[in-house]
Design a protein around this ligand. Structure first.
Ligand code: PLP
Length: 385
């Protein structure tokens, strides 16, 4: 008797993209549907549920269903980018609603919240998201509608206590959304800790090959708020292209082995440079000396992720010089690809950034870890000559 697909390990579900076989050709990979419109039934109904390419695209459904299974949610939606996914959550709120958000988070979203979202009528309290008591002070019962979290938070990797903050938010009538881009569903599933919505920049680990821009949302409940988010995606047309949606599901098939490999290498690299004479500090949730380590160990399983930052002795000029001297670590923004990237965050985030100027963000790929260590070693030495 065949085993049941519900019992399959998430790695098995992902590798097989849920195991669907295309019924007409028997293809083991899902087809692409570029259609922008769908035929009505002769009696004027749309029984298959698909009307037009902006709200409906069957190519999205493989990645959406797989992500729902990996996150343990009720439904998922693909978006044109991580920013399109994140902003859809805020646009589903109403002007006048209050939101509590982290001080340290993906800088592009923070800028949008402080700019356009504030002009549109949302009000914000920004808090230290590693301090649960700060949420207790900031959440206003009946007025706060959303608590936004990002954990680990980019680029200093602070850990927020999702369960404790979700309990505070729910008691006050607010929802919790978590940008879980860095943790991925392999290492952390925020819905298990009480989150209502999980967001990913699919550009990063989910796709994993630095060749598409994409975003995702997964909901714990397909409720009225989720319907509002769906309407935002359709009405503003924040949809992913068909080919990008297909590439996203292809990338997700190797998510487990990429994330496991990147996590192992990141831990090795963090340990190697932790007491290096040319490094002031290594920020990585997997290091016992890191402030959020204990919480990360409870909230993350199977590793601490592929992202770390190093603070270089000698300040900003030394940090920029280190990035200039690397060969394998490519000087580029973004993260979560198979190739390792290095970035001086101060240069991209600008003068209002809370990020220290001596900080280099490292996105660890799937290369051989010792090669990455050797490349960083020589760059540190060259930069300090
Ligand atoms: N969230 C995090 C943690 C990110 O790092 C990024 C992009 O760098 C985003 C959201 C935005 O995603 P996208 O660039 O796909 O719009």
């Amino acid at each position: 008797m065949a085993t049941r697909s519900n019992d399959d390990h998430p790695a098995t579900k992902a590798a097989q993209a849920l195991g669907d076989i295309e019924p007409i050709t028997k293809s083991v990979t899902p087809p692409l549907y570029p259609a922008s419109t769908y035929q009505r039934d002769a009696d004027n109904q749309y029984r298959n549920g698909r009307v037009y390419g902006r709200p409906h695209n069957p190519t999205f459904e493989t990645a959406e269903r797989l992500l729902t299974a990996l996150e343990g949610g009720a439904a998922s939606l693909l978006f044109a980018s991580g920013m399109a996914a994140a902003t859809a959550v805020f646009l589903a709120l109403k002007p006048g609603d209050h939101v509590v958000a982290p001080e340290v988070m993906y800088w592009g979203l923070r800028a949008w919240l402080k700019g356009s979202a504030t002009e549109w009528g949302l009000s914000f309290t920004f808090v230290d998201a590693t301090d649960t008591a700060a949420f207790a002070r900031a959440i206003e019962p009946g007025r706060t509608r959303l608590v936004w979290l990002e954990t680990p938070s980019n680029p200093t990797w602070g850990i927020s206590d999702i369960a404790a903050i979700a309990a505070l938010a729910h008691a006050a009538g607010a929802r919790v959304a978590v940008d879980s881009t860095v943790a991925t569903p392999i290492l952390s599933r925020p819905i298990e800790f009480g989150a209502d919505i999980v967001m990913h920049s699919g550009t990063k680990y989910l796709n994993g090959h630095s060749d598409i821009i994409a975003g995702t949302l997964t909901t714990a409940k397909a409720d009225e708020f989720w319907e509002r988010i769906k309407a935002v995606r359709s009405n503003v047309g924040a949809i992913l292209g068909t080919f990008e949606a297909w590439l996203l599901q292809r990338g997700m098939r190797t998510l487990h082995i990429r994330v496991e490999r990147a996590s192992q290498s990141a831990l090795k690299i963090a340990r190697h440079f932790e007491s290096h004479p040319l490094v002031a500090e290594v920020l990585y949730p997997g290091l016992p000396a890191f402030a959020g380590h204990k919480l990360a160990a409870q909230q993350m399983t199977g590793g601490f992720g592929g992202m770390l930052s190093i603070r270089v002795k000698g300040g900003e000029p030394a940090a920029i010089a280190v990035a200039a001297e690397t060969r394998l670590w490519k000087r580029a923004t973004s993260l979560g690809g198979v190739e390792s990237l290095i970035e001086h965050r101060g240069s991209i985030e600008g003068p209002t950034s809370p990020v220290p100027l001596d900080l280099l963000r490292l996105s660890v790929g799937i290369e051989y870890a010792d090669d990455l260590i050797a490349d960083m070693e020589q760059a540190l030495i060259m930069a300090h000559r």
